[in-house]
Design a protein around this ligand. Sequence first.
Ligand code: ATP
Ligand code: MG
Length: 330
Amino acid sequence: MAENEYLLDIQDLDVSFEARQGPAHALRGFNISLRPAETHALVGESGSGKTVTSMCIMGLLAIPPGRVNRGKAIFQNRDLLQLTENQRRKVRGKDIGMIFQEPGKYLNPAYKIGEQITESLILHFQMKKKAATEKALELLSLVGLGKNRRVLSSYPHELSGGMKQRAMIAMAISCHPALLIADEPTTALDVTLQLQILRLLLKLKDRFGMGILFISHDLGVVKDIADRVSVIYAGKIIESATKNQLFENPLHPYTKLLLLSIPDAAKRGGRLRAIPGNVPDAENIPAGCSFHPRCPLTEDVCRAEIPPDIGYGDGHTAACFLIGKKWIDS
Ligand SMILES: Nc1ncnc2c1ncn2[C@@H]1O[C@H](COP(=O)(O)OP(=O)(O)OP(=O)(O)O)[C@@H](O)[C@H]1O
Ligand SMILES: [Mg+2]
């Protein structure tokens, strides 16, 4: 088999949940690819399918009620969706690390931070306890907590929010994963801490050459960290481009509206517009273009047909019938 040039290549991922009112179509067949050492941001509003995507990649999607209808997630030439639970456990934490919005949910309250960091070193690298503890201290220092034995012997509740976030990052990178999945890692933090954590992630990325799938609802944060951005709406990628392309030449009306709602744009004199309405429930996806009920440009074709992904050069894709025909002035 030819080597895949991508570190992670998600192809046609389609996932639904069995819900009481019928199936909830959470992910509706989309592609995302991430090159080694690239930071690819997956951006979208609440309920758009970001966490379901990360759960699929990590092999943490509960089946049932979840169901993968179609698709592949090729990582290092293996389809993550076809691994056995045993194989997944080996990949998780070792080849793919993850960090979440709320470290409190991820860190185990019953174990000291040191035990939690050394656990995967002992499991994946068969390190002896003493060597693993030394390595844990180095990791703490790397994430800005210093070579601090006190932190190692603390329980999660004894640390501040920012320290917990750093400790979780230390755990996630302990085995030098090739891919780090960061699901809203800074959303719960104040602005200063947010910046510190973003800088830390970039530093670690450069140091270890990790690819990062950076999940966020906040294009302002994405602007600071991403190389490439994919915008997700109602379980589909509606636009994907390099960061510069996306911020300088957004094509999809949804992306344009998201950009207009970044506070900075308002400060620079643009209008601050929240997008009226909400992302549709996965159980109730509108026909045609799923964004049409909220789109200021909607025409008949948008209500009737799902727009295909069209390439606009240099890997910039967007799915909208009206690109080039209509635009929003900003
Ligand atoms: N276990 C489940 N059963 C039914 N529907 C689900 C389940 N998990 C997720 N969904 C649905 O899938 C869709 C995507 O959810 P997801 O959690 O991925 O959103 P998100 O983009 O991560 O949102 P947020 O920004 O709020 O974290 C939503 O409509 C959600 O209701
Ligand atoms: Mg989420």
